[in-house]
Design a binder for this molecule. Sequence first.
Ligand SMILES: *Cc1c(COP(=O)(O)O)cnc(C)c1O
Length: 355
Amino acid sequence: MEIRIEKAQNLKVKPDESALGFGRHFTDHMFLMDYDIDKGWYDPRIVPYGPIALDPSSTVFHYGAEIFEGMKAYRRADGQVQFFRPMDNFKRLQDSAERLCLPIVDPDFMLEAMKALVKVDEDWVPHKEGTSLYIRPFIFGADPFLGVHTVHHSLLVIILSPVGSYYKEGINPVRIMVEDEDVRAVRGGTGYAKCGGNYAASLRAGKKAEEKGYSQVLWLDGVERKYIEEVGAMNVMFKINGTVVTPALLGSVLPGITRRSCIQLLKDWGVPVEERQLSVDELKEAIANGTLEEAFGCGTAAVVSPIGELNIEGKPYEIAGNKIGPLTQKLYDTLTGIQWGKIADPYGWIVPLHD
Ligand SMILES: *Cc1c(COP(=O)(O)O)cnc(C)c1O
């Protein structure tokens, strides 16, 4: 499929790279492609960034038929732009589409579309240390029809947002509250899919934690409220007595690419990793007997986010002296080193924008 390009007439003034924040600025262009059940995907195009007109009866507004991805383009010191494991994102987009009965897009075409868009807006990939261009592909149902049905019309959109360094003043550990009422996802539901609905369901607990002075919640499983699943919108890892334990992917946990990368690095460093169920009771015991050495969330936005305090059943527990642990720091340095091209990538994770 040929991607049509319609360039913007007036280019925006680019924001100050030292105050980008997250998801507040958008580039000059966006990628759009339509889907019709009879025609398949058609009319891939890069057009000026702007509002999209939709019929008020569109599926996405009523039944939440929406999936997305989150990834970044990084500018190296030599000026070249590169991506980190982009095909993993596009394969996950396929899995999410399958779960929500949205149309699947070929990962190879997604890569082509994303590269074409980033090339048009290449000047928007920021240069300042720690900054990047956040890439947000999303697909939603757009049938002008209120009946509940799998969608016949969809739209794929890719938008780009220059984002600031996640950590401006060094990596500060965060305070986390264990959520024992609301759940994010259940096995058999949509937890493993990256869909907007999961986020909608998680907002109330996030708000409650924030009101109590915590930055995120630690999610428990939806059946027994006993096993740890994720932290906020990140996967979570605990170093207990020399072994890194992370919740197994049993359907309700999002299969993070940062998680997968951390596991690979840890194994190569000879650190034992266990993907299994981990109960809050086991965690409490590890805190009590001093074997919980480090705890951190991991995801594209923050890379790793150390947990400095855990509130369990209303009681605060300090973790790792409220500091980033040495293994968490090593994972952060290695992953960011590979992503920004400061250290060699022995894994084939990096895909350059220009061949
Ligand atoms: C995106 C996401 C993650 C992290 O995935 P990465 O691929 O590492 O960015 C973890 N949990 C949830 C709920 C997510 O949406």
